[in-house]
Ligand binder design. Structure first.
Ligand code: COA
Length: 381
């Protein structure tokens, strides 16, 4: 009888814990946050409402939303220490390294004593949601030799972020309500996705009773990888490399012949299509209509059709999100930092859940190295 233990590489198919934050249903290509279909939330809610929902389990009343926004926006203060830190970092480092460093720095500055309860985590969440868009905007603008644009506490998260990055002139996406709304929809779609690699990293760190900033710093490190959040920028690098929609089919076929991974396609859980793609694709097409992006839509369609015909592998959220962020004018290597800002919502909701019903996450491994042996002293080796 074979007694070898079953080893699940990549924890493939392993159910690691319960969660009430979101439910991914690959059989029906659907996703709910706290029981609400993500498409429904995208069409009817602001990013802040979704943030509130993920933290509190219910959608807010107007009064609760006002209170949440008042508190959240009070954290939007430029921190001279963060400004000088960001300006001291190399301008050729990856923007995700700046985001990771910014969170780590914020952890050193936060004077609130760490307590593993929902109130404290809400405080950190508000702090991150206020400071990270500023950190990202400062990083973009310093690389472009531009001055900081101060945050505006009268604006929602999406509009405030766009105005800190692009300014408030007439041609800024911050001045176009349709651009603001399509951008906001992308943040809602990126906000949460159950036990993905970065959320799980955050939960592992939380399970040791470490602090929230440490958990988020680790989660950012996991999100940076191209198999996870880093894919959205690789999608755009690929599209820029292809450049001409007429070359898209050959490009995809060549990549598949070479057994290369094509970023923006495939998913560990969804095998028949990613629930978030139709909503993001709609925003991408709308942005392309408004900003002369027909070329990217044509390329998107050709790449998706070729991939489907050859492999049956479907696009994931990063595939439409990449060109959508490009059309808004974001530099390509800042696409994953945008994902960070949105995902703070889901990460912090999971951190609360982990603390509330904690068990140290510590799996086993099956040893396959050399048998036990004796040390031969150096002189005899
Ligand atoms: N391009 C080319 N081939 C792909 C592919 C892609 N994007 N995604 C999966 N495949 C292939 C795999 O190489 C594998 O081929 P093989 O059986 O010949 O080895 C096969 O499809 C099955 O893949 P699977 O094991 O089911 O994928 P996974 O669950 O291990 O990986 C991802 C999931 C997301 C890591 C993978 O699809 C990927 O790397 N995609 C590109 C990165 C990306 O877009 N990430 C964002 C995810 S939201």
């Amino acid at each position: 009888m074979n007694t070898a233990p079953e080893v699940r590489k990549g924890l493939y198919g392993v159910i690691a814990d319960y969660t009430s934050v979101s439910k991914v249903m690959p059989e029906t290509n659907s996703l709910t946050y706290r029981g609400y279909a993500v498409q429904d939330l995208v069409e009817n809610c602001s990013f802040e409402e979704v943030f509130y929902l993920l933290w509190n389990g219910e959608l807010p009343t107007q009064e609760q939303m006002d209170e949440f926004n008042k508190r959240g926006r009070s954290y939007r203060k430029l921190d001279p220490g963060l400004i000088s830190l960001i300006h001291s970092l190399p301008t050729d480092c990856h923007p995700m390294d700046v985001m990771r460093t910014a969170v780590s720095y914020m952890g050193t500055k936060d004077k609130e004593h760490f307590t593993p309860d929902a109130d404290h985590i809400t405080h950190v969440g508000h702090n991150l949601l206020a400071q990270l868009p500023m950190a990202m905007a400062m990083d973009i603008r310093r690389r472009q030799g531009k001055d900081i644009v101060a945050p505006d506490s009268t604006k929602g998260v999406a509009e405030n972020l766009l105005s800190m990055v692009f300014g408030t002139d007439e041609d800024s996406p911050a001045s176009n309500p349709e651009d603001v709304r399509d951008f906001e929809k992308s943040l809602i779609l990126y906000a949460e996705h159950s036990f993905n690699a970065s959320t799980f990293t955050g939960r592992v760190i939380t399970s040791t009773r470490s602090d929230v900033y440490s958990a988020i710093t680790g989660a950012i490190g996991a999100l940076k990888g191209p198999l996870h959040g880093g894919a959205n920028e690789f999608v755009m690098h690929t599209m820029l490399e292809i450049d001409d929609p007429a070359k898209a089919e050959d490009w995809v076929n060549n990549a598949l012949d070479n057994k290369d991974l094509i970023m923006g396609f495939g998913h560990r859980v969804y095998k028949k299509g990613d629930s978030r793609v139709p909503s993001m694709e709609k925003s991408f097409r709308a942005l392309a209509d408004r900003h002369g992006g027909a070329k990217w839509v044509e390329m998107y369609e050709k790449m998706a059709a070729t991939m489907d015909a050859r492999t049956g592998i479907k696009p994931n959220l990063d595939f439409p999100a990449g060109p959508a962020y490009y059309l808004l004018g974001f530099p390509v290597d800042f696409f994953t930092p945008l994902f960070v800002i949105a995902r703070v919502a889901g990460w912090t909701a999971h951190i609360v859940e982990q603390y509330q019903n904690n068990s140290l996450i510590r799996p086993l491994s099956e040893y396959n190295g050399p048998e036990q042996r004796e040390v031969v002293p150096m002189a005899q080796r």
